[in-house]
Design a protein around this ligand. Structure first.
Ligand SMILES: [Zn+2]
Length: 203
């Protein structure tokens, strides 16, 4: 995997979590949970374009995870909490209080999962005020383990989603075909993300 062009980070770990939460919270649409899992990265894009946040390649590191991400605002713990609340409030209006809380927690979970893989580049306060130590367990330094973990979370999420969808189908007395079809769709999009990432076609 080291010879692939560009540098990437797989996001199916985040995606798998969306599928797992959907299994338990069927009222919140899957697309909204998927948006919530990558919400911090969505906001990161304009910050990146404006040069406020940036990505630094790690010399001699593997293609996957060979990055130090200077996202001192969107990926600071306090910044992530504020962005999660900013997403949760309109969701609560449309899908109810519980939906808002679930979506807010899923958005914040992005930071928790990033904490496992990032290379000590996650600050606590926006702009890394006070120069406090940055956090990250740097699993990206062991790409095989990091990819394995992502695929594991992804597979567990799709499995939970498929099981929950089958249960709903059984309870409603309809064929399981619909459940299998929607689980397959979720699997397909996740697998597509893995392929795009590992081939370097998408960041
Ligand atoms: Zn991120």
């Amino acid at each position: 995997m080291a010879n692939l062009p560009g540098r990437g980070k797989v996001i199916v770990g985040h995606y798998g979590l969306a599928a797992a939460v959907k299994a338990r919270e069927p009222m919140v649409p899957l697309w909204l949970l998927m948006l919530a899992t990558v919400w911090l990265d969505v906001i990161f894009i304009p910050f990146l374009a404006a040069g406020i946040e940036w990505i630094e390649p790690v010399p001699h590191a593997a293609h996957y995870g060979g990055l130090i991400i200077h996202a001192d605002y969107t990926h600071s713990l306090v910044g992530a909490a504020l962005l999660s609340i900013a997403l949760a409030v309109p969701v609560a209006r449309a899908w109810g209080r519980r939906g808002g809380i679930v979506v807010g927690l899923v958005a914040l979970s992005h930071w928790m999962l990033d904490l496992v893989v990032h290379r000590n580049d996650l600050p606590l306060l926006p702009g890394n005020v006070g120069d406090l130590p940055k956090l990250g367990f740097a699993l990206w330094a062991k790409p095989d383990m990091a990819i394995g973990l992502e695929i594991l979370i992804f597979a567990a999420g799709i499995y939970a989603y498929w099981q929950a969808a089958s249960k709903v189908a059984l309870a409603a007395g309809v064929s399981r075909y619909l459940a299998v079809r929607s689980a397959f769709k979720a699997f397909f999009f996740g697998a597509l993300i893995i392929i795009l990432d590992l081939t370097g076609l998408a960041g």
